[in-house]
Design a protein around this ligand. Sequence first.
Ligand code: NAD
Length: 480
Amino acid sequence: MTGTDTTWEYAPAPQEQGIVAIKPHYGLFVNGEFAPATDGRTFSTLNPATEEPLAEVALAGEADVDRAVRAARTAFDRVWGPMPGAQRAKYIYRIARLLAERAREFAVLESLDNGKPIKESRDVDVPLASAHFFYHAGWADKLEYAGYGSTPVGVAGQVIPWNFPLLMAAWKLAPALAAGNTCVLKPAETTPLTALLLAEVCQQAGLPEGVVNIVTGAGETGAALVGHPDVDKVAFTGSTEVGKEILRSAAGTGKKLTMELGGKAANVVFEDAPMEGAVEGIVNGIFFNQGHVCCAGSRLLVQESVADALLDRLRRRLGTLRLGDPLDKNTDIGAINSRQQLDKIRELSDSGEAEGAHRWSPPCQLPERGYWFAPTVFTGVSQSHRIAREEIFGPVLSVLTFRTPEEAVAKANNTPYGLSAGVWTEKGSRILWLAQRLRAGVVWANTYNRFDPASPFGGYRESGFGREGGRHGLEAYLNA
Ligand code: NAD
C-alpha cells in the first residue's frame, strides 16, 4: 500500500515446480510399458501460459492403436475379466491412494500442461480424480447390486478432451476397471501429460499389464481407436461435432456407446435469490477453469426486477478476480488452453459485439506471452445471437432477462443442448417446479459446478447420452 492508495497488492505466492520431473520425451503406454510410436512420430505439448514446449510425446498411428487394443484384449481374456471383483478392487484402491499421495505432483503437472490455476487443479481436479477411483473400487465386488448384471463388456476405447485431463481419465477408467473391462484411453493432444503420469501410477500399483493402455495423438489417433473392430465399448467426451462423427462411424457395428458432449447451460436467478450467493455461483459457473467446462453456466437468465442490481454486484466482484500465472496460488483465472481455443473465443465474442450485444470486461492486464482472455460479460443479448446459442467454452457470460417463471423455462430450454442448469431462489417449491421443466441432465439449486463420484452426470439431446458416475455410470460397462 502506498501513499493515499488504499488497496493492498497480493505478494506472489508461487507453487514450487520442482516436485514434478517432466521428461523430455514420453512414449505410448502399451501392455504395461512405455514405447515410442512404431513409425517414430512425435508431437509437442506446450505450456499455454508461456507458449514454451514442455515435452515431446509419441504420436500413435493405426499400428500402435492396434497393438494397444490387442494388449487390452489379452489382458481382458486372461487376467482382468476372470479376476474376482474383490481382487480388482485392491488394484483400484491402490491407484486411488497413490493419486492422493502424489497429489501435488499431479496438480502442478496439470496446471503446467493445461493452464488452469493451481488452486483448481490442487483442490478440485486431483482430489476428485482420486475420489473416483476410491468410489468405484467399492463397486468392484458388489456389481450384482447395481442392477445392470455383472458381466463386463470387454475392451473399452475411451477418448477424452483437454479441459479436465486427469479427471476425465479417472471418469473413464475407474468405472470401466471396476466392472472388469480393460481400457485403451486417448488423452487430448494438448494435455497428454497427466494421463501419462497416471500410467506410471498404474505401474506403481502393480496393475497387470495391458489392463490400462494409453495412446497419445490427435483426432486421427482417436478415430483409429473408436473405429477399431475389436473395441467393444466406445466412451467419448468432447465436442458435439466429433461426437456425431463417431456416431456415424459406429452405426451398425454393435459397439456400446456413451457420448458426453457440449453444453450451453442456463443459470437462472429469481428476484428472491440470496444475491451474494448467486453472484458467487455465477462467477463459479462461468469463470471456473476459464469457462472450459462442458456444464458451464454460460447463459445467465436473471429476473428483470433485479437485473441491474445483480449485474452491478457481479461487475464489482469480477473486478477482484486475479488473472495470471496458473502456478500462483492466488490466481483465479489461468491461461486459455490453446491458440486454437483462444481464436474460437475471440471469434465468437467479436460476433457478439457485431450482432449488437454490449461487451464488458473488468480492467485487467493480460500477460504478453501465452494465451489469455479477460473475463467478459455480454448484456443486451437476445436469444438469436450466436453468443446465446453456441458453446464458447471460454470465460464469456451472456446475460438475458426474464419476467415470469414460464419465460425463464422457455428461454432456458431454447437450446439444442441439455447438459446442466442452475437455479437460484429461496423457495424450495420453485426449485422443484423449475427442475421438472428444465431439459438438462443435472440441475443445481443454489449452487453450481458441484461434482461427486456418487452422483450420475450426463446430458441429453445434443449434449449426448449415457451417464458417468454413481450406480448409473456402471451401466455403460456391464452387459445384463
Ligand atoms: P474435441 O471433440 O475436439 O476433442 C475431444 C477428443 O476427441 C480429443 O481427444 C480429440 O483428439 C479427439 N478427437 C478429435 N477428432 C476425433 C475423431 N474424429 N474421432 C475420435 N476422436 C477424435 O473436443 P475438445 O475441444 O477437446 O473439448 C471440448 C469439448 O468437450 C466441448 O464441446 C465440451 O463441452 C466437451 N466436454 C464435454 C464434457 C461432458 O461431460 N459432457 C466434459 C468435458 C468436455
